[in-house]
Design a protein around this ligand. Structure first.
Ligand code: NAG
Ligand code: NAG
Length: 93
């Protein structure tokens, strides 16, 4: 019998190692899902014009304020300046 043939005993010995690797991989992906922010891709931008407000933009584009603030996480609505790039459409994954 060849030395490289795997016996049942070999399988029993490596099984706990395999299970450990799988559970570590699962733990890692769970940690990733919780610990890292979702990735945001802005697909359309708008250069703010004089008089633009979060309300005027969301109303004109028919998007919700919640979606608008989600795709503009650092935007201060009381402080929009002319030519500031605002994200007006995007995907969150
Ligand atoms: C937003 O801008 C206003 C006006 O500059 C400022 O008073 C306010 O503290 C800012 N808010 C945040 C969350 O940065
Ligand atoms: C946002 O982008 C999606 C996908 O390209 C499109 O279907 C949707 O109409 C866009 N919404 C706005 C408000 O531009």
């Amino acid at each position: 019998m060849s030395k490289t043939t795997m016996t049942l005993l070999d399988l029993v010995r490596i099984l706990p190692v395999l299970l450990l690797v799988v559970s570590m991989a699962e733990g890692g992906s769970i940690a990733l899902g919780i610990g890292f922010p979702k990735s945001l891709v802005c697909t359309r931008v708008h250069g703010a014009e004089s008089g633009d407000t979060c309300f005027s933009i969301t109303t004109a584009l028919n998007i919700t304020p919640e979606f608008f603030s989600t795709i503009n996480p650092n935007l201060n609505c009381s402080n929009i300046f002319v030519s500031e790039w605002l994200c007006i459409n995007g995907t969150i994954s």
